[in-house]
Design a binder for this molecule. Structure first.
Ligand SMILES: Cc1ncc(COP(=O)(O)O)c(C=O)c1O
Length: 336
């Protein structure tokens, strides 16, 4: 150990454990998930390069591409997350990186990651995947062809919505050298105190994931029967786009999913549903112990499936499932 920026016993211990979970060659710990995203892009791209990003990507990842990468002369294109092998038509001679996020943020499309990797690799591009939803546990991304994964450890690894951390896991020494040196040049190191909280979070990750998975599944199936709901976007349900890829490639499901209200639901009704919930709080820091609900308005049509104002993302926490269902029932009654 020579200097905090280059790794402390605590940060390197967390890195080693996340690396083991993800089955990688090495892992780097960053101050947050978003800094893991920017670090990967800064390390691997240069002016004149082209990247492909799914329309369902986490919003700030898109903003980094639009406002920073483009400013530095990187060409940015977006693709339908369900494109699969068909992405080969979008891979160009200067395509260096293909981003994936599976399932996607909010709209929850599960991607055909092996097919995308095959097409990207044939065109000479690397594939990087945001593996936050699966906690690096339910989807073995590197074994499915991905070259680099990142996670917001802020979410399931931290597990209590009280820290910010990220990870970048690589498959080989070449990516390790490149991204590792950029981490130091960018000064993108995490605090060991935060890492010690994440190490504590890892001790309960398995039991939290298992409790959250079964609660979320019960709630998702309950919501699917409700007349107010048109569609439940939970990867383990057939109603979720790309469900077949979840079934083929994942070993379980997490606690974040979305619901789409029927076409006649007004914005006021959807907001009324969220406002009437008591156990579900309004918040972005998902994957913690507290259940959350956030209504989104996609009327600007940036996404493949334009659910407009009718989509609400839920995070299932560790409250009693019956209490959560009673809370949702209260919300639905308020909405109608
Ligand atoms: C899918 C996904 N990736 C990355 C991030 C960014 O993580 P952080 O908040 O730790 O910067 C988030 C945060 O919400 C996320 O949901």
């Amino acid at each position: 150990y020579t200097y905090g920026l280059y790794g402390t016993p605590t940060t390197l211990e967390l890195a080693a454990r996340v690396c083991e979970l993800e089955g990688g060659y090495r892992t780097l710990i960053t101050p947050g998930g978003q800094s893991a995203i920017s670090l990967i892009n800064f390390a691997l791209l240069q002016s004149g390069d082209h990247i492909l990003i799914p329309l369902s990507i986490y919003g700030p990842n898109r903003q980094f591409a639009n406002h920073v990468l483009r400013r530095f002369g990187v060409e940015v294109s977006y693709y339908d997350p369900l494109l699969g092998r068909g992405i080969d038509e979008l891979v160009k001679s200067n395509t260096k990186l293909v981003w994936c996020e599976s399932p996607g943020s909010i709209t929850m499309e599960v991607q055909d990651v092996p097919a995308i990797c095959e097409a990207a690799h044939a065109g000479g591009a690397l594939v990087v995947l945001d593996n936050t939803w699966s906690a690096g546990v339910y989807f073995d991304a590197l074994a499915h062809g991905v070259d680099i994964t990142m996670q917001a450890l802020t979410k399931y690894v931290g597990g209590h919505s009280d820290l910010l951390l990220g990870s970048v896991t690589v498959k080989d020494a070449a990516a390790w050298e490149k991204i590792g040196s950029h981490q130091q040049m960018l000064g993108c190191a995490a605090s060991p105190d935060d890492c010690s909280l994440a190490l504590r979070g890892l001790k309960t990750l398995a039991v939290r994931l298992s409790a959250i998975e079964s609660s979320a599944l019960r709630i998702a199936h309950w919501l699917a029967q409700r007349p107010e709901i048109e569609r439940v976007l939970h990867p383990a349900l057939e109603s979720c786009p790309g469900h077949e890829f979840w079934k083929r490639d994942f070993t379980g499901s997490a606690g974040v999913f979305s619901i789409v209200f029927r076409p006649d639901a007004t914005k006021l009704q959807v907001q009324g549903f969220v406002d009437a919930l008591r156990l579900f709080k309004i918040g972005y820091s998902w994957a913690g112990v507290t259940s959350l609900a956030v209504a989104y308005d996609m009327s600007r049509g940036r996404d493949r499936n334009n659910y407009q104002h009718r989509i609400v993302r839920l995070n299932i926490g560790l409250e009693d499932t019956n209490d959560l269902i009673a809370d949702l029932e209260r919300g639905l009654a308020a909405a109608s």
